[in-house]
Structure formats: C-alpha cells, structure tokens
Design a protein around this ligand. Structure first.
Ligand SMILES: [Fe+2]
Length: 156
C-alpha cells in the first residue's frame, strides 16, 4: 500500500472512533474512557509514523526541490501534532466524570479534523507532486513495518 493510502486509512479509523465516543452519552464514563484509550493509542502510533518516516522524507524532498510551501506545510503539521498531543495528555489526566471531559474531547476532535483535512487536501497533494509512485510505495512499506513494530511494543 502506498504511503498516502495507508495514512488515509488510519485517518478514517480515528474519525470512526471519535464519532463513536461522541455518540455515547456523557454519563457513560467507563465506555468513554475505554474508547479514549483506543483513540489515544491510534493517534500516538499514527503521529509517530508520520513524524519518524513520512514528514522527514517529504521535508527532505521539498527542500531538495526548493518547494517552500511544502516545507512550510510539514513544519505546520509538526506543530499541529504537538497540539493534539497536549490535548491527549490533558484527557489522560482528566477523569471521564469531570465536567471538562466532554469539552476536551470536543477540542481534540476539532484539532484532529482540521489536521486531517489539511493533510489530505494540501500536504498529500504536494507529496504526490514531489514524489513518484515508487517512492510513495517504498515509504508505505517503511510506514507499515514501523507501525508493526510500534504495535508489537518493540522499541523503534
Ligand atoms: Fe498527522
């Protein structure tokens, strides 16, 4: 699977989980906490894959082709990941019964949606212009190998 298809598949999985958690009643504390744990894991693994493999490859390519817009896009994506991470940490430290829990989930969802939209409508388009099919295919292989390592708990 090429890198972009793989990353988009991850996006759809996170969106589905976010929708599930938002559909639960606010009083379903245990279920919300459990779903949040899955979202936390998905987003953490996904961000690591992008930050370790996809972003550096794209940034290097953008720099070598003097594509300032694409370089900027990658730099913005790192900052957006940092915001997502900070909201994940807040949620990890907040009890699901807390009155701010729902607000935090909502903001997390907005951050993720914005970031996914930006990647799919801007960054991935730039990536397909900067890299050819075989490069994207190679990156996809690296990403899925790395994902396998992260999920099996092998230190990467
Ligand atoms: Fe991302």
């Amino acid at each position: 699977m090429d890198a972009i298809t793989l990353l988009k598949t991850d996006h759809r999985a996170v969106e589905a989980l976010l929708k599930q958690v938002q559909d639960l009643s606010e009083s379903a504390h245990a279920q919300r906490q459990e779903l949040f744990r899955k979202i936390d894991k998905e987003l953490t693994v996904h961000s690591k894959m992008e930050e370790t493999i996809f972003y550096p490859a794209l940034k290097q390519k953008a720099k070598s082709k003097e594509d300032d817009d694409a370089t900027q896009e990658v730099l913005e994506a790192y900052e957006e990941h940092a915001n997502v991470k900070s909201m994940l940490q807040k949620l990890e430290n907040t009890d699901a019964a807390d009155e701010t829990y729902d607000a935090k989930l909502e903001v997390l969802s907005e951050l993720v949606k914005h970031h996914v939209h930006e990647e799919e409508h801007v960054m991935f388009k730039e990536a397909t212009e900067l890299m050819d099919e075989s490069e994207l295919e190679q990156l996809g292989i690296k990403l899925s190998e790395f994902k396998g390592q992260l999920l099996s708990g092998v230190p990467a």
